[in-house]
Write a protein that binds this ligand. Structure first.
Ligand code: GZL
Ligand code: ZN
Length: 327
């Protein structure tokens, strides 16, 4: 816990250290409270908001002193935040990497400082897996496969214009982000089972509602005979709905929509018939993250990969659970 008195004490010990040219090696809090530095992607979607709420509530619940930074979806802000946590000598660092690549240098700095790192939600593509203790999050390839498998199973109704080809336009997540890369891969693998299904156009909407709306507007102007939208998250799907309605078409009927997340707004649209199928991506990672942090700091073995469990929803299934959804 970094209280005013501690800061003053730290300042004195810092200046003393400067004089004697030796650093203080105590962690940010000198009682046994765990201090966690968390770097969050941003606040780009309903999923992210729910994820942040889960982390903040769980830290409080676990008695962990949480330092939290929102990177506005910029990698350089996450790297800055991680560096500041290293400076502050937090006990553990956790973050959701906005994109897969470019983390080795700062993670090596954390390793040299002896601060364990836990990845949550999104993965990094570092070959050196010693740079982090564990990765807690969904299997995004499986999420993409679930979306594709539903489309294959419902191909007959999905060829809305009856031209024998199921034309899909894809709203991709943030370029370079693990969920965007893996969901596209999983979806492509699953739809390969039915050659009449093709991804005719694909572009990033950056996981935001506005991004989904703008890209869908451009697709509606440039692609003939769209049958299906596959959006990598609910928020871009909700933006696409706005564009489809503005074009005088009926979402869920004239164009089928498949999304991933299952946040409240998405589930409401599913119940309203504007979305046809949603693959759940669970944002409530807080409790597991705090447990993992305590285990890591107690020197206990933790699995290298902790996968969250999640399901899928049709319109009927959404109607049955909407009232008691937590997010
Ligand atoms: C997935 C997460 C994605 C969500 C989006 O775990 O990283 O980022 O699917 C969010 O809603 O923006
Ligand atoms: Zn068609």
């Amino acid at each position: 816990m970094v209280k005013k008195s501690l800061i003053a004490a730290a300042a004195i010990s810092m200046s003393a250290a400067m004089l004697t040219a030796c650093g203080s090696d105590s962690n940010a809090s000198d009682d046994d409270t765990i201090t966690m530095g968390f770097s969050q992607v941003g606040a780009e979607s309903g999923w992210r908001t729910a994820n942040t709420a889960s982390i903040q509530a769980s830290a409080k619940e676990a008695g962990i002193d949480l330092k939290f930074a929102d990177a506005q979806q910029k990698q350089e802000n996450q790297i800055k935040a991680i560096r500041s946590y290293i400076q502050q000598k937090v006990d553990v660092i956790a973050f959701s990497p906005v994109v897969e690549s470019g983390w080795d240098t700062v993670l090596q700095e954390a390793k040299r400082a002896g601060i364990p790192v836990i990845l949550t939600d999104r993965a990094v593509d570092s070959d050196d897996t010693s740079l982090y203790e564990t990765f807690l999050g969904s299997d995004f390839v499986l999420e993409g496969e679930k979306a594709g498998e539903w489309l294959v199973a419902n191909a007959a109704d999905a060829d809305v214009d009856g031209d024998g080809t199921i034309k899909v336009v894809q709203l991709e997540g943030t370029t370079g982000a693990a969920p965007a890369i893996d969901r596209a891969d999983g979806f492509a693998t699953a739809i390969a089972a039915d050659p009449s299904i093709e991804v005719t156009a694909s572009q990033t909407g950056d996981f935001t509602r506005d991004g989904g709306k703008q890209v869908m507007e451009s697709f509606l102007n440039s692609v003939q005979g769209i049958d299906v939208v596959f959006a990598h998250n609910d928020d871009m799907g909700l933006g696409a709905i706005e564009a489809i309605e503005a074009a005088g078409l009926v979402p869920g009927k004239d164009i089928k929509i498949i999304t991933i997340d299952a946040v409240k707004d998405g589930m409401q649209a599913l119940v309203d018939g504007k979305i046809n199928f949603i693959v759940e991506c669970n944002p409530l990672l807080g409790p597991q993250l705090m447990e993992l942090a305590k285990k890591v700091l107690a020197g206990e073995e933790v699995p290298k990969r902790v996968v969250t469990d999640e399901t899928t929803f049709t319109q009927e299934e959404a109607a049955a659970v909407l009232a008691d959804r937590q997010y």
